[in-house]
Design a protein around this ligand. Structure first.
Ligand SMILES: [Cu+2]
Length: 470
């Protein structure tokens, strides 16, 4: 059965561009179409129920970013999956077996990592398991979608550069038992200007033509300007009274998104529905993080906004950015809808620590390490299959770091010494400055799993380690 959700959102999908098309329309000076839509979805090439087969091709793409305020255009010589940024959304039902035929049309190796999904070790897309997909090569990934939620895929080879140039896409795993909203909107956030310090080595691969200097000031995790599905300050058309399930991903390689979520209940974070309703006024999405929100458009919500954020201390100077401008139709009343939040008490912290990882480093020298070690010269903790392990991640540096573990999700036992109100399952969790998170993981997936900071330039410069399950 095709869920209502899919039918409801299909008219909103963007036209698929021909892969690797490099031509772009001439600038006519006319206002451009700048409407926010969910990324086009990957076509399921296998008609059998329970089996989904998609094709992904990593290649080059020249794309344009239009600034509706100034009318100016910035050209990005980047990368894309299937000629679109974000790449095609892969939609699955829980339990589906996914086959992905991956072609690498880049002139360099790449991989595809399935962020947040507990895939077999050989499918994890880290370079020591499949040595990367060589230029011109291919790889077939096959795994079962066991988790429900909003996940994503991206390279894990030269990732700080390849992800930033546009190689990322969303994976949605639906649970048929969940209620369908009137509409679903997938929004992938990416920073138009990442940390210039970290980009200095490859700046020449991104050409800013006629760029507005205001678009490139982003430093220290400040986004500069956020792009939504590749668009700057797009218009989002909403109907008063409709219930929109927002699926958000921060695909930026280093910028934190501090979203104004006033009146938008948070349904889920990384791994499926939350155990209770959560109504924060602001939601911090660290690089690699996802969240699902219920958007109930109505008068007063004329824009979807983000606050300025500095990963060296949170609040910072700067304007609130209109991520998207709302074009509201109708004059009905905003409807409500309830999702089946099932409260589960959090697991009590047993107090002991099996794995301690301490994040250290400084922006100054751009040196980043875990327990004083830099990947690949790391000590590997070993867990027995089936073991419950308590991991503590401490941050002794003067900047925040999102911690991400491959292969297995984890339960957050505490953040900064405070236990969550209800069971919280994540795969990416931010570790504030001079703070710690305590995590409980069940070692149910054999392999050598990367554990790293998801500020990808930090990971690239050593802030990665490995957890072995055998
Ligand atoms: Cu970091």
């Amino acid at each position: 059965m095709i869920p209502l959700l899919l039918l409801a959102c299909s008219p909103h999908t963007a036209p698929v561009q021909e892969p690797h098309e490099t031509g772009v329309p001439e600038d006519t000076g006319e206002p451009r179409e700048n409407t926010l839509r969910s990324p086009a979805e990957a076509e399921d090439l296998d008609p059998a129920e329970g089996l989904v087969r998609v094709a992904l091709s990593a290649g080059s793409l020249r794309r344009e970013i239009w600034d509706p305020t100034t009318g100016r255009i910035r050209v990005v010589e980047g990368y894309a999956f299937n000629g679109q940024v974000p790449g095609p959304t892969i939609r699955l039902q829980k339990g589906d077996i996914l086959t992905v035929d991956i072609e690498n049309e880049l002139d360099q190796p790449t991989t595809v990592h399935w962020h947040g999904l507990s895939v077999p070790y050989e499918m994890d897309g880290v370079t020591w398991t499949n040595e990367g997909i060589p230029a011109g090569g291919s790889f077939q990934a096959v795994f079962t979608a066991d988790e429900v939620g909003t996940f994503w895929y991206h390279p894990h080879h030269d990732s700080d550069r390849q992800v930033d140039l546009g190689l990322y896409g969303v994976v949605i795993v639906e649970d048929p038992a969940e209620p369908a909203a009137d509409r679903e909107l997938v929004i992938v956030l990416d920073a138009d200007a990442e940390d210039p310090d970290s980009e200095s080595t490859w700046e020449d691969t991104q050409t800013g033509v006629g760029s507005d200097p205001d678009l490139t000031h982003g430093a220290h995790g400040d986004a500069g300007s956020w792009l939504l599905n590749g668009l700057l300050a797009p218009t989002v058309e909403l109907e008063v009274g409709e219930r929109v399930r927002l699926r958000l991903l921060n695909a930026s390689n280093s910028a934190y998104a501090w979203l104004d979520t006033t009146g938008m209940p948070v349904l889920a974070r990384d791994q499926g529905l939350l155990a209770e309703e959560w109504l924060p006024e602001r939601l911090l999405l660290a690089p690699g993080d996802r969240a699902e929100l219920l958007w109930l458009p109505g008068p007063g919500g004329e824009a979807f906004q983000a606050w300025p954020y500095d990963r060296r201390g949170g609040d910072t100077q700067g304007p609130v950015q209109d991520l998207a401008v709302v074009a509201l139709r109708g004059d009905g009343r905003a409807a409500s809808m309830s999702f089946p939040h099932v409260f589960e008490a959090p697991t009590p912290d047993p107090g002991h620590t099996d794995v301690l990882w301490t994040f250290q480093g400084e922006e100054h020298t751009d040196t980043w390490m875990i327990n004083g070690e830099q990947y690949p010269d790391v000590t590997i903790p070993v867990l027995a299959y089936g073991q419950e392990a308590i991991i503590e991640v401490r941050n002794l540096s003067a900047t925040e770091h999102p911690f991400h573990l491959h292969g297995m999700s984890f339960e957050v036992l505490s953040e900064g010494g405070v236990a969550p109100q209800a069971r919280l399952i994540e795969d990416t969790v931010n570790v504030p400055i001079h703070s710690a998170v305590r995590l409980r993981v069940l070692a149910t997936n054999r392999g050598d799993w990367m554990a790293h900071c998801h500020i990808l330039p930090h990971a690239h410069r050593g802030m990665m380690t490995v957890l072995r399950v055998e």
